[in-house]
Design a protein around this ligand. Structure first.
Ligand SMILES: [Zn+2]
Length: 282
């Protein structure tokens, strides 16, 4: 998964007094693009360092990976050198995890900072907390924390032989994936699983088992992965507003999944016949 960067270590511990060093990294966003540094031939790139960036912009500390700090800015540098260019944030899919994971995680914090310049209660400017990753209203003291929206991804399996895969009708991602959806108010994750599967494909599930979670900065989400077994009829009824297609797949019919998302790790487990073995531990 994109957040698996071992032996490198991600640290989100808040630091109030960190001073950017020339070889720390900077993740700058402009609309849905990110500023990168071309790395030799082809489309490969790295992230720019502090010394690559116009020193007139204010940098905001994000997190560390190993001993390097990552910063962003709510400003856009006026001049970027020839070695720097903007590419779609979606390029995280082609980058090494050590570059892709900081990009999507920085994008989540950047969206949060940009969307919360003013207090939602009294409209006064928000300021950085001195003690934690939070924004504090300069007038009424209201404190807010980074937005993380939980969502489930669920592998519905029929008799250890078939898995249900679905294609989204919205957005840019057009591969077959798992049924997924946001947790709504007043709901447990298991209830989200039952509701999403019923709404999107009209099926009932049983034996819902938690597998793993994944931070997914692209949509400010914490993805929570579950395996579940089909309960009753296998007839799929598609929710057309959400999905363009959904059907059952045998392991042989599944295309080679990538190694970026929790969803594809779970699909790979089924394809390679490892779900049965994992279930034995229960
Ligand atoms: Zn306020």
């Amino acid at each position: 998964m994109i957040n698996d960067i071992a032996p490198h270590r991600f640290s989100n511990i808040w630091k109030n007094d960190i001073i950017p060093q020339p070889d720390d990294y900077v993740v700058i966003f402009k609309d849905s693009d990110v500023l990168v540094k071309c790395a030799g031939e082809g489309d490969s790139f790295t992230l720019p360092c502090v010394f690559d960036i116009d020193n007139k912009i204010t940098l905001k500390y994000l997190f560390m990976v190993d001993d390097k700090a990552y910063f962003t800015s709510l400003e856009i540098p006026e001049n970027v050198g020839e070695a720097l260019k903007y590419v779609s944030v979606r390029a995280y899919r082609q980058a090494e995890h050590l570059i892709g994971f900081p990009i999507i995680t920085a994008s989540q914090l950047h969206r949060w900072y940009v969307g919360n310049r003013f207090c939602g209660k009294c409209a006064s400017p928000m300021t950085d907390s001195k003690t934690e990753r939070a924004l504090v209203c300069s007038k009424c003291g209201r404190t807010i924390y980074p937005t993380i929206s939980p969502a489930v991804t669920v592998a519905v399996i029929d008799n250890d032989e078939r898995i249900l895969l679905a294609k989204s009708a919205v957005g840019t991602f057009k591969k077959f994936a798992l049924v997924a959806g946001y947790t709504e108010i007043g709901e447990s994750f298991e209830e989200t699983v039952t509701r999403e599967v019923a709404e999107e494909v009209g099926l009932k599930v049983k034996n819902i088992r938690y597998y793993k979670s994944q931070p997914w900065g692209v949509s400010s989400t914490e993805m929570v992965g579950f395996f579940a077994e089909l309960d009753g009829s296998d007839e799929v009824t598609l929710q057309r507003e959400e999905l363009s297609e959904a059907r059952w797949f045998t392991p042989e019919e599944i295309e080679e999944p990538d190694d970026i998302s929790l969803t594809f790790e779970m699909i790979r487990m089924f394809k390679e016949g490892r779900v049965k073995e994992w279930k034995k531990d229960f």
